[in-house]
Write a protein that binds this ligand. Structure first.
Ligand code: FAD
Length: 490
């Protein structure tokens, strides 16, 4: 936390944050804390971006992201800072399954992103065939596989362990985070601990066993955390804290143009006629907290090299199908929080989350109902997303019927589509981010943050927002009173 300051005192100037998702709001919160005057401009009428609360049959649910990693502190710290500490709630059950090889099978323990450290639980789970298990064991005999500065996770693992473990275990787990293609995803960016083992040249399974044991020994609380009422509450609470600290937040305010002037920035806001705020806003500094296509457009004139890099970022789209059943109709559902589905099995759904079982707050809010949600679509596998909502519900029900014998019709359903939901991290992603940041750093009073930089998860987005805010505060303080920037942070 930065040193306390008079709310909105403007000691370090006026910062405009473009984008009111969790990254933009977290940046605004941090900037206010550091003494800046802050305005947030959000294009849509709703704050939160990919974090969104809603309802089904009167029961609150998350319609986008639903949980946050608690082993990384940033998001949980932010939730506490904005008064949601009492509402933090770990999942009631975190036992997931895999629907593969004709049945629901327990997720084997002792793996890192699906890479097994121990073959025994993997063999017992039945996720991998006898031949697949034998192929994994060959890892110990193979000469080291060079990884260079980065390597595609899927290709590397297939060479070490065979394709079966990649397709049935690693791919669905990675898909749950990036909705990506494991054969294109950067190992260094997506699973850095695994990359370090790979770089050391030692047998992968041996290194993974150590990583898994170390992680199991850590007794520092739940791995994941939710929020009573939904993760969608987090951006709204941050927005309240931003306003309380003197920050201004405008929704329905898409920034169309960003121009660098002699002493700051001029922003043109689309559609604004002065009633909800001026159509032209000036700022001493700007934080861009928008997805890559918007960032590329806005930086085309002021930072063309960064803009060109941003234009290369691909996104995966997906849809979430949320359904409410009568609780009695779901009584015979399999144990656990849900299941993942390897794309190689050719099903429609990629995952199913038994939300009423996973979240105690949701079960308590709708004790007569059983809420679950399925996820459809991932990078380069988006054909099903062209179907209408009724089709997506019908196809989800068909898969659920086969996977867990759920035959009942839901009493309510809704489909939420996330076009361009998740940025992809291909091989070389970290170098691309370094190049973007280097170009951005050349432009005074400019910061960037959000899902496309240091990780797509909520804590990583908050972390990138802190970094952008702190760097701007330091540079502005140094400009206003030379020598004053450093050393203010705890
Ligand atoms: C379906 C789904 C489920 C997910 N589940 C999880 C999960 O369970 N746990 C987890 O940790 N992560 C999850 N994620 C990832 C995580 O939610 C996102 O990566 C994160 O919320 C992105 O935040 P952000 O602020 O970077 O971007 P966004 O949320 O995309 O916010 C960017 C904002 O900028 C605005 N904007 C765009 N252009 C302009 C403009 N020109 N002017 C002004 N505003 C503009 C947009 O309207 C948007 O509100 C999930 C993502 C998706 C799509």
């Amino acid at each position: 936390m930065r040193a306390a300051n008079t709310p909105g005192a403007g000691r370090t100037g006026h910062v405009v944050v473009i984008g009111g998702g969790i990254a933009g709001l977290a940046a605004a919160h941090r900037l206010l804390d550091g003494g800046a005057r802050v305005t947030v401009l959000e294009a849509s009428e709703r704050l939160g971006g990919k974090l969104r609360s809603g309802e089904i049959e009167g029961v609150p649910v998350d319609l986008g992201a639903e949980s946050m990693l608690a082993r990384r502190p940033e998001a949980v710290e932010l939730a506490r800072a904005v008064g949601l500490g009492d509402r933090l709630q770990p999942p009631a059950t975190a036992t997931a399954s895999l629907w593969t090889r004709g049945g629901l099978r327990p997720m084997p323990k002792g793996h890192v992103m699906g890479v097994p450290g121990d073959l025994e639980p993997l063999a017992a789970s039945g996720v991998i065939s006898e031949e697949g298990l034998a192929r994994i064991a060959r890892d110990r005999e193979l000469p080291p596989t060079p990884v260079g500065e980065d390597v595609a996770l899927g290709g590397y693992l297939a060479e070490r362990l065979g394709r079966e473990v990649v397709d049935r275990l690693v791919e669905p787990l990675l898909g749950g985070v990036y909705a990506g293609d494991v054969y294109r995803t950067s190992m260094r960016a997506s699973v850095p601990t695994l990359f370090e083992v790979a770089r050391s040249g030692r047998p992968l399974t041996e290194g993974v066993r150590e990583l898994a044991e170390r992680s199991a020994r850590r007794q520092d609380g739940p791995v994941f955390m939710g929020i009573d009422g939904g993760i969608g509450r987090l951006p709204l609470a941050v927005a309240d804290a931003v306003r309380a600290a003197g920050g201004e937040i405008r929704t329905g305010a898409p920034v169309r143009e960003l121009r660098r002037t002699a002493d700051g920035w001029t922003l043109a806001v689309d559609g604004a006629d002065g009633t909800d705020g001026p159509p032209v806003v000036t700022a001493d500094a700007v934080v861009l907290a928008v997805p890559a296509p918007a960032a590329a457009r806005l930086l085309a004139a002021g930072a063309p090299a960064a803009s060109a890099e941003l234009a290369t970022v691909d996104y995966a789209s997906m849809a979430l199908v949320t359904m409410a059943f009568r609780r009695a109709d779901a009584a015979s559902l399999a144990e656990g929080s849900g299941f993942l589905v390897p794309p190689v099995d050719g099903r429609t759904i990629k995952a199913a989350t038994f939300s009423s079982r996973k979240w105690g707050w949701l079960r308590d809010a709708g004790p007569e109902l059983f809420v679950l949600r399925t996820s459809i679509g991932r990078f380069d596998d988006e054909a099903d997303l062209k179907r209408d909502d009724a089709d997506l519900v019908r196809m989800s029900l068909a898969d659920l019927g086969e996977a867990v014998g759920l035959a009942a019709k839901p009493v309510a359903s809704r489909v939420d589509r996330w076009d361009g939901g998740l940025p992809q991290y291909p091989v070389g992603h970290l170098d691309r981010v370094a190049r973007i940041r280097a170009e951005v750093a050349k432009v005074p009073g400019l910061g960037v943050c959000g899902a496309l930089y240091d990780g797509v998860g909520i804590p990583a987005c908050v972390g990138s927002a802190r970094k952008a805010a702190d760097e701007l505060l330091d540079s502005m303080a140094a400009t206003l009173e030379p020598g004053a920037g450093a050393g203010e942070r705890e």
